[in-house]
Each structure stands twice: as structure tokens, then as C-alpha cells.
Design a protein around this ligand. Structure first.
Ligand SMILES: Cc1cc2nc3c(=O)[nH]c(=O)nc-3n(C[C@H](O)[C@H](O)[C@H](O)COP(=O)(O)OP(=O)(O)OC[C@H]3O[C@@H](n4cnc5c(N)ncnc54)[C@H](O)[C@@H]3O)c2cc1C
Length: 471
């Protein structure tokens, strides 16, 4: 075996890898960004394959149970997002859209998300492969020519004219040798991870919460902690859990007697480290179990409730941020900068869940700067994400979409919201198809052409909800 104990390196022998297929565009990752990218590229005339390591589409919306729609003002709801929402609405998979000044919110049914993306991909003519993990990039002189995948049949190569990395973790870009960053500038941890969970069979009493009941819950919680029933800080820090209970957590589409909770916080986890990620899965699951146990034993209306599930994959808010030809900065987001080469919009707050605190709040709504910003956001402001942020630096024919595009730490905490991932995905797919049609690399493609095509495509889409028409 070619293995040096000193360096702890195993040198793989060279081997021939069968070619599974050849496509104009290969999209890696079937989350919100990848689905939108594949649809846009196929509509642009390309022959497209999407490869997804799981057995369904939807990415974190499903695997991490991020079944939430959140926007400050709706300016970030664009194009394919409306088609996706229309599909969910048709199937009864989205709750009422609640519109308050500065906060639009709803929930989606994660099971139905899978069917809606399936339908949209099929309509667009996208080929799909599930249970296929991209493990390498096929490189020749700074150009990507395809990917290497692991399948149940063994290792295979897939050739492509353009590759779009929509893995959330920038797996393809890393393999292709594109530079990337992670962390908050001080250490490699960017944000806390969260094991989302659902509780089912709840029957919330009409008069809950009220002060008397909340006081009793606070006393029950203190006594239970005293007895050693709960040990995780997400429960023992008390106030946060009590606030979540008071606010009702997220009620899943209104007709369902379920809530989902994001109370779990696993701190100081590097989501790219296999050992740390494994520890985080276990710790997050235990946090969820203990929090759900308190709900089910003590909270009015939860007498017959049970922990329905914890997310398949712990929620990862940030990992690699891929270096592109341009970078979205915190100042872009704070100052609502517009650019002529803007291909997507962000209007969600800078939303950092600190990697080192169980209690620090995520969105700063208290400072003067934050309230001035919120005022402008409420009035409809947004910032542009430039075309160069989805074109990778140093590798031709490789685009990136979703939460791992080129951005700094604070900007990423805002643009990671699902609708913005869908928008960068739509832009990457559009650019991939256009660059093929024009026989230029994505870097050489004039951004103005991409912007104009996106505008034309997005302008034809009817808003999914009547109440969003004016936003
Ligand atoms: C706890 C939590 C709460 C959040 N709350 C909200 C919220 O309220 N509202 C909101 O809009 N957003 C929220 N987000 C953010 C949002 O869910 C994500 O940023 C978004 O889903 C990212 O989309 P994506 O398409 O870039 O990546 P993902 O959704 O992660 O999709 C990536 C896909 O790529 C696949 N993949 C990965 N590697 C490979 C590989 N090597 N080969 C093949 N396939 C691969 C994965 O299986 C996955 O399907 C939250 C996130 C977390 C973790």
C-alpha cells in the first residue's frame, strides 16, 4: 500500500475512470441555488445535468429543515423564486404570508419542496442524478472540463462545457483549486450550527401565552434544571427558551399542528472538518432532544406532542466563501450599493449567529446604525450582487451560486437567505448557457448581457402572492 506513515499521506494509484456522460452544463448540488441554476441553464438552451448527493431536491430547506420564508421587504424575491412559491402554493405547501413593516414571513412544507423542484426541473428538461457525490474536478490548464463523482457503481467522470458549484460548501471550487476563505476574520468559525427540530401533535390553548403561565413555566424550568433533568446550555440559559416558547417558534403551514425550532446552537464548529461535524451532529441532536422534552413535559398544549424529527444534516450557515472576480462586502450590504452588473438582490439583514455564544442575538436591531438601516430596508431598499461574485477567480468555465459565492463574512450572513441563493443560481445558469451560445468563457461574457437577459426573464414572472405585487 502506498502510504507514508511519517506524512500520513496515502497516494492513490492512477486509474481509468469510466465517463458517465457529457453535458453542456453540469450543476453540482440540488439546493435552492442549484435547482434555479439548472432550470435557467436548460431554459437558455443548454443540455444540463444536475447531480445531487442526496435522494431529493431542496437542499438545506429539506435536509436542514430550513422551512422558513423570511424577507425584510420582498425586494429580494425575484424570478424563479416566484415560480417555486407558486408550485408550493398550488400544493398547499406554504403558509399564509405574514406582512409586517420590515418583516415578511411564512413557512413551507419541506416534504412538498421536493416535488416542486422535481416538477420545475422536469418541465425545463434538466437531467438529474441522485446519490452522486462530486469528489473532484477535471482540470486542464486552468480550465474545468467536468467533474469526478462517486456513485454506488463506483467512481465516474462527467464531462461538461460549464460547471456550476452550488454545493453550499464550495466543494467543486475547492477541488478545482480556486481560493476560498472561511470564518469571521478572527478564527475559522463563522457562525453557530443549529440542529433544527419539529414537534408534532400540539394543540395550543387560546389563552397561551399569558403572564401567569409563563411564570409557572419559568419556575418549572428552574426546578427541572435543579433536578439535573436538563444539561444543555440551550435549555439551562432559560431566557432564550422561554422567549421561544412565548413567541410560539415557527408554526408550520397553519393547518398543521406542528412547530419547528431553531433554538439549538452548536458553537465553534468547523463544518468542513469531518470530526468536528460529527461531534456537532451529536451535540445538536442532544440539544434538540432536551429542548423538545421540556416542551412536551411542561408547555401547555404539548401534552400529547412528540419530537417528530431532527434535521438529517445539522444546519450550517456558512463554510467556504469562494474567491470570485468581485466580492460582496459588508459595506455593499450596509450602504445598499447598486451596480450596473448587479445580477441578484440582497435585502435581508446582516444576520450573524455568533459561533461562541448561546445567547447573543443574531440580527442587531438595537444600535442607531441598525435602526437607520432597518428604516431604509422597510422602505424597500436592497443591495446588488455583482456578476463577478459568481465567476470564480483563476478557473475558466466554473461558476458558483448560493451561500458560498464570493462575499465577506458579514455580507455572506445576509445573502445566504434562500431567495437570494435562488437569484444567484438563476444568474449562474443563465450565464453558463449564454457563454456557451456565444462561445466565450463566463469571464469574457459581457455582464450587461447577463443583466439584460435576467431582467427580461424575471419581468415576465407574475409574483406568487397578490400581496407581494407592490413590494
Ligand atoms: C439553521 C438555519 C436557519 C436558516 N434560516 C433561514 C431562514 O429563515 N430563511 C432563509 O431563507 N434561509 C435560512 N437559512 C439559510 C439557507 O437555508 C441556506 O443558506 C440556503 O439553503 C443555501 O442554499 P444553497 O443552494 O446555496 O445550498 P444548500 O441548500 O446547502 O444546497 C446544497 C446542495 O448541494 C448538495 N451537495 C453538497 N455537496 C455535494 C457534493 N459534493 N456532490 C453532490 N451534491 C452535493 C447538498 O446535498 C445540497 O442539496 C438558514 C440556514 C440554517 C442552517
Amino acid at each position: 500500500m502506498a502510504c507514508s506513515d511519517k506524512e500520513r499521506i496515502y497516494r492513490e494509484p492512477a486509474r481509468d475512470v469510466p465517463v458517465l456522460g457529457e453535458y453542456d452544463v453540469v450543476v453540482v448540488g440540488g439546493g435552492p441555488a442549484g435547482c434555479a441554476a439548472a432550470i435557467a441553464a436548460a431554459r437558455g438552451g443548454a443540455e444540463v445535468l444536475l447531480v445531487e448527493k442526496g435522494g431529493y431536491l431542496g437542499g438545506a430547506t429539506v435536509s436542514q429543515l430550513v422551512c422558513v420564508v423570511l424577507s425584510t421587504n420582498g425586494a429580494d424575491f425575484q424570478g424563479i423564486w416566484h415560480e417555486y412559491m407558486r408550485g408550493l402554493k398550488r400544493r398547499g405547501g406554504v403558509g399564509e404570508i405574514l406582512m409586517n413593516p420590515g418583516l415578511i414571513r411564512s413557512t413551507v412544507d419541506p416534504e412538498l419542496v421536493k416535488y416542486v423542484w422535481d416538477e420545475l426541473l422536469a418541465e425545463a428538461g434538466v437531467s438529474l442524478l441522485h446519490h452522486v457525490y462530486c469528489a473532484g474536478a477535471i482540470m486542464a490548464g486552468g480550465v474545468i472540463g467536468g467533474i469526478v463523482v462517486e456513485t454506488k457503481a463506483g467512481r465516474r467522470a462527467i464531462l461538461a462545457g460549464r460547471v456550476i458549484d452550488a454545493t453550499g460548501d464550495g466543494i467543486v471550487c475547492d477541488q478545482a483549486g480556486v481560493q476560498w476563505e472561511q470564518g469571521d476574520g478572527k478564527h475559522k468559525y463563522a457562525m453557530a450550527c443549529t440542529k433544527v427540530f419539529r414537534i408534532a401533535n400540539i394543540h395550543r390553548p387560546k389563552n397561551f401565552p399569558n403572564e401567569q403561565a409563563m411564570e409557572k413555566l419559568a419556575a418549572d424550568l428552574s426546578a427541572a434544571i435543579e433536578r439535573g433533568e436538563y444539561t444543555t446550555p440551550v435549555v439551562t440559559t432559560k431566557d432564550r427558551l422561554l422567549n421561544y416558547i412565548r413567541e410560539g417558534s415557527w408554526a408550520l403551514p397553519a393547518h398543521r399542528n406542528e412547530i419547528m425550532s431553531v433554538i439549538s446552537r452548536v458553537l465553534k464548529t468547523n463544518p468542513l472538518d469531518p470530526q468536528e461535524l460529527t461531534t456537532a451532529e451529536r451535540e445538536g441532536r442532544e440539544q434538540a432532544r432536551q429542548a423538545a422534552d421540556f416542551y412536551c413535559r411542561y408547555v401547555p398544549g404539548f401534552e400529547n406532542a412528540y419530537l417528530l424529527d431532527t434535521s438529517n444534516h445539522i444546519g450550517v450557515r456558512s463554510s467556504r466563501r469562494i474567491r470570485g472576480l468581485a466580492t460582496v462586502t459588508a459595506d455593499d450590504a450596509r450602504e445598499f450599493r447598486k451596480y450596473p452588473d448587479g445580477i441578484a438582490r440582497g435585502s435581508w439583514a446582516i444576520d450573524v449567529w455568533p459561533a461562541d455564544s448561546y445567547t447573543a442575538s443574531a440580527v442587531d436591531r438595537e444600535s442607531d446604525e441598525a435602526s437607520r438601516r432597518l428604516e431604509r430596508l422597510t422602505a424597500g431598499e436592497y443591495y446588488d450582487i455583482r456578476y463577478g461574485c459568481i465567476v470564480t477567480e483563476g478557473v475558466d468555465n466554473l461558476l458558483v451560486a448560493g451561500r458560498c459565492i464570493s462575499a465577506d463574512h458579514l455580507a455572506q450572513s445576509s445573502l445566504r437567505i434562500q431567495q437570494t441563493c435562488i437569484s444567484t443560481g438563476q444568474a449562474a445558469g443563465t450565464a453558463a448557457a449564454m457563454s456557451l451560445a456565444e462561445n466565450v468563457t463566463p469571464r469574457e461574457l459581457p455582464a450587461a448581457k447577463v443583466v439584460a437577459k435576467l431582467k427580461a426573464d424575471r419581468d415576465t414572472v407574475e409574483p406568487a402572492f397578490e400581496i407581494l405585487k407592490g413590494t
